[in-house]
Design a binder for this molecule. Structure first.
Ligand code: ADP
Ligand code: MG
Length: 321
């Protein structure tokens, strides 16, 4: 059963980026305003420190058991839970299946902090931590994939690639959580890979990726009472490379494939036709060909959970409506 469970967990958490993502999601679900992420590829190490609401002792007792979640109590809560990333109580149980997991936390308004260590969904310690003074949670993952040697070796063979992937993942989250400060540090070299402060998503793109967004960017804010769309979109622009800069989020969760992307690019093609037609006033040289150009966008669609499904793939980056 233990082997089956760790294989299953390895499918959910196929790399270190997924582990970081799940931990950051938990910090955001806990209302954190500051999230610091430390990653060591060679040492198979991840630490996420947040200033969120923390976990009470009662919560900590259950934490790490599969399907233990504080975010989803009954089916009727499904839509209420759409404000959270978590809903299944799988992440920490799965992480503890493939690593040694430590949680140090202090809940808001509680006198004591606590420390819990879990391995293979089993609690090794749960004790009061007198040193823990500030509210929030620190989750440390050690020896990641200790029982999945091939995966571990694969990860360690390309540390630069892994760190870049973690940075990209956190930046993608920061683009819709621009009110939160994020930091990503390579715990082995001490290098800071990303450091964001509350600011506009557009300036994050410039500081994080060196992308200058100047080509006719429009801010969007639309709502029909059920759906709410917000973000930024540019006209078709060549500067970003094909589709290099298209971020779609559903309830603040990044999705990389789905009908919205298709629709947006079709709309962009239509804009191009109109554009060409408008300037085709006899002077042929004014007619531009922009067939290779796509719009750049960061769009977040807030919508009821019952209208879409993103659980087709373990990575949850494909959505159907
Ligand atoms: P889920 O997020 O689906 O509930 P997880 O396994 O990711 O499942 O987390 C289990 C529970 O642990 C959460 O429901 C939450 O109560 C608690 N938790 C985990 N991480 C944090 C954190 N950083 N801050 C506060 N609570 C947390
Ligand atoms: Mg979670």
């Amino acid at each position: 059963e233990a082997v089956r469970s760790s294989v299953r967990s390895g499918i959910i958490l196929f790399d270190i980026t997924r582990v970081v993502e799940e931990l950051v999601f938990n910090s955001l679900d806990a209302g954190a305003t500051k999230v610091s992420i430390y990653v060591g590829v060679g040492t198979c190490y991840v630490k996420v420190v947040d200033d969120g609401s923390g976990i009470t002792r009662d919560g900590l007792v259950l934490l790490g058991e599969r399907y233990a979640t504080s975010k989803f109590h009954q089916l009727a809560d499904m839509d209420a839970a759409s404000g959270c990333f978590g809903f299944r109580g799988e992440a920490l149980a799965s992480i503890s299946d493939v690593s040694l997991l430590e949680i140090v936390t202090k809940a808001y308004g509680r006198p004591n902090g606590y420390r819990k260590v879990i391995k293979g969904c089993k609690c090794l310690y749960l004790e009061i931590d007198d040193d823990r003074k500030n509210v929030g949670t620190t989750v440390t993952v050690r020896d990641l994939f200790y029982n999945q040697p091939v995966r571990r070796k694969y990860m360690q063979s390309s540390p630069k690639k892994v760190l870049h992937s973690v940075k990209k993942c956190v930046l993608r989250i920061a683009l819709v959580y621009s009110q939160v400060s994020f930091k990503v540090v390579d715990s082995e070299s001490g290098d800071e890979l990303l450091c964001t402060h509350p600011s506009s998503p557009l300036s994050l793109l410039t500081s994080g990726f060196g992308i200058e967004v100047s080509d006719s960017v429009h801010e969007l804010n639309a709502s029909d009472g059920i759906l709410k769309l917000s973000g930024f979109i540019s006209g078709p622009c060549d500067g970003f490379g094909i589709k290099a800069f298209q971020y779609v989020y559903i309830n603040s969760r990044f999705v990389c494939k789905g009908p919205i992307h298709k629709l947006l690019n079709q709309l962009a093609t239509r804009f191009e036709c109109l554009d060409s037609w408008a300037v085709n006033d006899g002077s042929q040289n004014r007619k531009r060909s922009r067939s290779q150009a796509y719009p750049a966008y960061i769009l977040n669609l807030i919508c009821p959970r019952s209208l879409y499904d993103f659980t087709f793939e373990p990575s949850k980056t494909y959505v159907e409506f």
